[in-house]
Write a new protein. Structure first.
Length: 417
């Protein structure tokens, strides 16, 4: 399995694999520079092999020039929005206003400090958001443009506050190796970020939150992806009622539904993810493919200094054919609760996976109760009760029943209007 280095705040999560595994060397990471003080931006550059964590926060001023008053009411024609027109719209927007882009493609220009605005519709390529506050994207499409880097993110948000994505869609593209490219959203720091009722398809994905507080990822559909949600030092997080799968990982990926890691969290105030609820999600990589369910590691060893994982609840999820690591906490968690999850085995003739497990490698204050899984690998001190072991492949009827029960809690993006 391949390890991915963490380059904090100025780097994009690379497309390919995940952190916290025993894989070999990692692919290159792409650096996107924040705007300079004069509002200009620099082209993406590749970091040296020994690149370490940075602290970029996307400060600067707005870019682009132009005039106009298009703060709202743009028609839904195919006419593109120029960078100058886009910047004029942002400058003209007043608190509480809506910029209605219809189905127009937007030539994005970076702009610092946009606040209290709804952006409705529009089609964007890869963009960077610098300290945007109380901004909602509603019904917006994000898809690659010529020149966008398949190893980068469609959105990288520096220090947002109150950033929302509702009924949005993210579509990727194949990279030069014929694999799914592009991450979706990469949030660096910030507070109050939500992603709801949105679709992510044919994309590497890697929806990542690094040092972000108050995060909600709810009622989204992720299909034909390589990775799900990555939580790195995030706090007060809810990931609920999402569907993950089918997956299309590369042969060297360590794909996950939800991945926790601490690699690169080297600041003195850093903590591992804390106060996280993972509830009512479906992870189904699809027949013939594998993805771990929920996978947690503490590569930075934060637990030793009292800054490790705490208050993690994983309940009422359905995981089908996830491979050995259905739910795996490989390092200590204070107040870990794993309850009422259903892990169903799906055999694949092309690999040697014959079961799945719930693993808690360090006891502490962990409780595992009311689950169904193929196996349990629990450290001494774990409180375990009412768990059921089904160490065989699930039948088609059992899988259908589990998915039908899960679907009752799901609010699909199709309900967006």
């Amino acid at each position: 399995m391949k390890a991915i280095p963490f380059v904090a705040l100025v780097a994009l999560i690379p497309v390919g694999g995940c952190a916290g595994t025993d894989q070999g060397s990692a692919p290159a990471t792409t650096i996107v520079s924040p705007p300079a003080s004069d509002g200009t931006t620099t082209a993406p550059v590749s970091p040296p092999a020994d690149a370490t964590a940075g602290t970029g926060t996307g400060t600067g001023t707005d870019t682009g020039t132009g005039s106009g008053s298009g703060a709202s009411g743009a028609d839904a024609s195919a006419t593109s929005v120029s960078a100058a027109e886009w910047t004029a719209m942002l400058k003209a927007a007043t608190p509480g206003s809506t910029i209605d882009l219809g189905s127009r493609k937007v030539a994005f220009a970076r702009y610092t400090g946009l606040s209290n605005v709804t952006i409705k519709g529009g089609v964007f390529g890869a963009i960077a958001l610098d300290q945007w506050k109380n901004v909602t994207f509603s019904g917006t499409r994000f898809e690659p443009r010529d020149g966008d880097d398949p190893a980068g993110s469609m959105i990288i948000a520096y220090q947002p506050d109150g950033l929302k994505f509702d009924c949005t869609s993210f579509t990727g593209a194949m990279n030069a190796d014929g694999q799914l490219g592009f991450s979706s959203i990469s949030v660096r720091g910030g507070n109050n970020v939500s992603v709801t009722r949105s679709t992510f398809s044919n994309i590497g994905n890697f929806l990542a939150f690094l040092r972000t507080t108050n995060v909600q990822v709810t009622d989204n559909s992720f299909s034909y992806i390589r990775e799900g949600v990555d939580l790195v030092g995030a706090r007060n997080v809810v990931v609920a009622r999402n569907s993950f799968g089918p997956y299309r990982p590369t042969p060297t990926d360590h794909a996950d539904g939800i991945q926790f890691f601490t690699a690169g969290l080297t600041d003195t105030g850093d903590t591992a993810a804390q106060n996280v609820l993972i509830e009512d999600n479906l992870v189904d990589p699809g027949a013939g493919y594998r993805a771990q369910g929920f996978f947690l590691r503490d590569e930075a060893g934060l637990a030793a200094s009292g800054r490790g994982y705490s208050d993690i609840t994983i309940r009422n999820n359905v995981l089908i054919g996830t491979g050995w690591h259905g739910i795996a906490a490989g390092d200590p968690v204070q107040r870990l609760l794993i309850e009422n999850n259903r892990l169903l085995i799906r055999l694949n003739p092309t690999d040697t996976v014959t079961s799945n497990w719930i693993l808690v490698a360090a006891g502490g204050s962990a409780t595992v109760q009311g689950n169904v899984a193929g196996n349990y690998n629990l450290a001494a001190g774990v409180v375990a009760s009412n768990n059921t072991t089904i160490a065989r492949a699930a039948t088609s009827a059992e899988i259908a029943d589990a998915m039908a029960a899960w679907a009752k809690s799901f609010t699909p993006a199709a309900q967006c209007k």
